[in-house]
Design a protein around this ligand. Structure first.
Ligand code: F6R
Length: 366
């Protein structure tokens, strides 16, 4: 049932091009220049007029929410807050009938997320669910929603659920932007075509697995690792670090690159590998100077760069090339090598990749 792969996680990483296609199929109609999403279409007024959008989730789903924050604000000009479901529910949050709450959950069974939804509903907010498991508790509790069509995710470490969540949320942001007129028609169409091209770009990216294995071999015995990114790729840095922690039990931290100088830079020495997402666009020059700062403190640099990049290549110890796309879609690509890196390290260390210690696939306790 692992389809010839050694682990479910690896199978699920490789399934991402098709999982994303399945997620946008019937919704993204690039030729006609429209996005169809029943759950959004039926409630478009309500969502587009929201005072703000509050996104709740846990773990990887919370990271997808952070990516969506950039997309909703950028494309639809709606203020967004992203909250850990567990913090939201215990803090007497200010929430009204004019708010829209988006709850993100792969399993649709996470207790903290469920409790956050119930609280938001009590306060009169409109609650929209983004779940992977059809008919799950959260999908039934929400007022409207859109499924990710990732197919069953068996590996405990979330992979294809994350990229399909980003796909659904990006489609929503684009659709709302089109409705509100905050994104031009030509820009909208340009985005649709670019999104449609993502699965093929992931396919080409999956071919860089050999380079990633070499990097894994070099750093598998490290005790610590730092991940840096900015803008749309800041949440990807968090997600990369979470993947490494979860399955290889190596301590890892994700930071917005510019926060380095406010503390974490003290950790840099010749023993510290630093994974830097430095794709062109999105504050590229600033990230390059962050890389120089790490280099001058003898940190080891593993960088993700746009294909054809020359500047970072000269400084970094290792580079992984990422196909070019619109800035807002780069998380769908930059996530892939980080999943593979943690996967290979965990396998090399002999860890139980699909069932890491102390973790369960759905967390139904609060
Ligand atoms: C990370 C992971 C967890 C889940 C989190 C939320 O790889 O699997 O952090 O993302 O427990 O789960 P769902 O999305 O099912 O609510």
């Amino acid at each position: 049932e692992k389809g010839g792969y050694d682990h479910f996680m690896l199978k699920e990483i490789y399934e991402q091009p098709n999982a994303i296609r399945d997620t946008y199929r019937g919704r993204l109609l690039a030729d006609q220049g429209i996005i169809k999403m029943a759950g959004v279409d039926d409630n478009i007024e309500r969502i587009a007029k929201a005072n703000r959008i509050l996104i709740v989730g846990c773990g990887t789903s919370w990271h997808a929410g952070l990516v969506a924050e950039y997309a909703f604000e950028d494309m639809a000009r709606i203020p967004v807050e992203v909250e850990y479901a567990s913090e939201f529910r215990y803090r007497n949050p200010v929430i009204t009938e004019d708010d829209v709450v988006i709850a993100i959950s792969q399993s649709g069974e996470t207790a903290d997320t469920m409790a956050a939804i119930k609280l938001a509903k009590e306060k009169g907010a409109f609650v929209f669910g983004v779940c992977n498991v059809v008919g799950s508790s959260i999908s039934r509790e929400t007022t409207a929603g859109a499924y990710t069509h990732a197919g069953p995710e068996i590996g405990v470490a979330s992979t294809k659920a994350f990229t399909t969540q980003i796909t659904v949320l990006t489609l929503m942001a684009l659709k709302l932007g089109k409705y509100k007129g905050t994104i031009s028609d030509s820009d909208f169409r340009f985005h649709l075509q670019a999104l449609e091209a993502i699965p093929q770009k992931i396919e080409s990216l999956l071919k860089s697995d050999k380079i990633i294995k070499e990097i894994a071999e070099t750093y598998k015995d490290t005790r610590n690792c730092i991940y840096l990114g900015r803008g749309y790729n800041f949440p990807v840095a968090l997600e990369g670090a979470l993947k490494l922690k979860e399955i290889s039990y190596i301590h890892a931290e994700g930071y917005p690159a510019a926060e380095m100088k406010h503390g974490p830079i003290a950790l840099i020495d010749e023993e510290m590998p630093v994974v830097v997402i430095a794709v062109r666009k999105g504050h590229y020059e600033k990230v390059v100077s962050n890389i120089q700062e790490i280099k001058s403190r003898k940190g080891k640099i593993i960088s993700l760069v746009t294909e054809g990049d020359t500047e970072v290549k000269e400084i970094a110890d290792h580079v992984i090339e990422i196909p070019e796309t619109i800035e807002s879609f780069t998380p769908l690509l930059t996530t892939i090598p980080l999943q593979l890196l943690s996967y290979h390290i965990a396998v090399m260390l002999g860890k139980n990749v699909d069932q890491p210690r102390n973790l369960a696939k759905s967390v139904t306790v609060e």
